[in-house]
Design a protein around this ligand. Structure first.
Ligand code: SDX
Length: 432
């Protein structure tokens, strides 16, 4: 429940004063409640890109962009990444507290025993070309889940919402692994109940029927940490897409499919794939100054992918952990020096000391180092955003759940600043 405080903001418009309530945050910026403004003053507020607009209240994730802080239900991301695991983080995001032993056992069992896909779903992949981008496959297959799971699409039934929630978290790794296997022409690998979430995912992606595949525990731990880092991130573009889709009463599978579509964009989750392409194109530290100039050139659409953030005006705390994970994975795999990592580190150093990046507060974000790590783990670049989607599904569904649990939930319907023509009469073609 958001506590109202007596604080008020006063707006003077066309000579009249409007007193607007200020709603208090538990931490971070308070908000000015403008819900009555159009009714009272016949005026909208204007904020394309929502740079200063709170679209909802939420108790899930807090970001302090100035300080580079990220908390999931109050817990710092670095502590969760170092001391926790992904399914425990899923429980925390979904239910608000870290699980005790019995809560954890029940939740892990429920997820483990929901990882299989309806056998007919597996046939769905055959409609795609083998070279289809796996994100296109994910959007389609996740959207199709609502055609298979009628018993968990009544969004007004809290029990069905819970079943859909657990199904989504459990099945995304299987759907993603199948998309990868399909793209390389290998048979799908069934999930294994004796493996934990991330080990099972690596097994489904990289094992083949012809020999036993032993999951490297260091790499599985790295994969698990990468999932934790990507799990949720407040009201980002894809999460806002999921909320807006869900606000109309669309079923959760369709909402998650909408979130996947939004995440695909290179300005958002697609940046990890784009960042690796950029590092590959730069190729050698000697070429970095030319690319820095391109990034600063207003007439050049080129941007440093993996740099900058709408909220972080400091180092993305996830990027620091991702960089450390990159080193761990590369050394575990005996990769002494990765030329792309050298380019990334040199690029980061040059950019962080360049006036343009300092003035615009552009720092590496989570996508800057993730591509290097995921490539070292054996994933092709086309799978990078798919992995982001596997992790972010718990954040999307937790945010959707929070919205649907709110009895005051309304359909999202923004207005606009209309700049088109005023009313005019129809002109017959003979007179045009
Ligand atoms: C993710 O929102 C989230 O939380 C997202 C995410 C999550 O977990 O869900 O954190 C995941 O999407 C991380 C961001 C991944 N995207 C990229 O790495 C793509 C490269 N970054 C940029 O496209 C950009 O920084 C954005 C999209 C991330 C943020 O853009 P904003 O907030 O709209 O900022 P802006 O585009 O208005 O940029 C402000 C200024 C501009 O210059 P001016 O017009 O003021 O002169 O900074 C410049 C931009 O040109 N700028 C860059 C830049 N990013 C911004 N210049 C060069 N290279 C860049 N990367």
């Amino acid at each position: 429940m958001t506590k109202k405080i007596r604080d008020q903001a006063t707006l003077t418009y066309k000579g009249k004063e409007y007193n607007l309530d200020v709603l208090k945050a538990s931490v971070g910026p308070d908000v000015i409640d403008i819900r009555g403004l159009y009714r009272d003053a016949n005026v909208f507020t204007y904020d394309p890109g929502f740079t200063a607009t709170a679209s909802t209240k939420s108790a899930l994730t807090f970001i302090d962009g100035g300080e580079g802080v990220l908390l999931y239900r109050g817990y710092p991301i670095d502590q969760l990444a170092e001391k926790g695991d992904f399914l425990e983080t899923c429980y925390l995001l979904l239910y608000g507290e870290l699980p005790n032993h019995s809560e954890r056992r029940e939740f892990v069992h429920a997820i483990t025993y929901h990882t299989m896909l309806h056998e007919q779903m597996n046939k769905f992949y055959n409609g795609f070309r083998r070279d289809a981008h796996p994100m296109a496959v994910m959007v389609a297959v996740v959207g199709a889940l609502s055609a298979f799971y009628h018993d968990s699409t009544d969004i007004n039934d809290p029990d069905q919402r819970e079943v859909a929630t657990r199904r989504m978290v459990a099945k995304m790794p299987t759907i993603a692994a199948n998309a990868y296997k399909y793209s390389i022409g290998q048979p799908f690998v069934f999930p294994r109940n004796d493996l934990d979430f991330s080990a099972n995912f690596l097994h489904m992606c990289f094992s083949v029927p012809t020999e036993e595949y032993k999951v490297n525990p260091i790499l599985a731990r790295a994969m698990d940490r990468i999932f934790i880092l990507h799990a949720d991130h407040e009201q980002n573009a894809s999460t806002s897409t999921v909320r807006l889709a869900g606000s109309s009463g669309a079923n959760p599978f369709a909402c998650i499919a909408a979130g996947i579509a939004s995440l695909w964009g290179p300005a958002h989750g697609g940046a990890n794939e784009a960042a690796l392409d950029m590092l590959t194109e730069i190729g050698d530290p000697a070429n970095i100054p030319r690319y820095i100039e391109k990034a600063k050139d207003k007439n050049d659409p080129f941007r440093l992918m993996g740099f900058g953030h709408r909220v972080y005006k400091n180092y993305d705390p996830r990027a620091k952990i991702m960089q450390k994970t990159a080193h761990e994975v590369l050394s575990e795999l005996g990769i002494k020096d990765d030329p792309l990592l050298d380019v990334a580190r040199e690029l980061e150093q040059i950019a962080l000391n360049d006036e343009y990046f300092i003035e615009k507060k552009l720092y590496p974000n989570i996508d800057f180092y993730s591509g290097i790590t995921l490539r070292a783990l054996g994933f092709p670049r086309s799978m990078f955003t798919v992995l982001f989607a596997v992790a972010r599904t718990v954040g999307w569904i937790a945010q959707w759940k929070e919205m649907m649990d709110d009895p005051k939930q309304k359909i999202g319907r923004p207005r606009q600043l209309y700049i088109g023509p005023e009313r005019r009469e129809y002109v017959p073609q003979s007179k045009r």
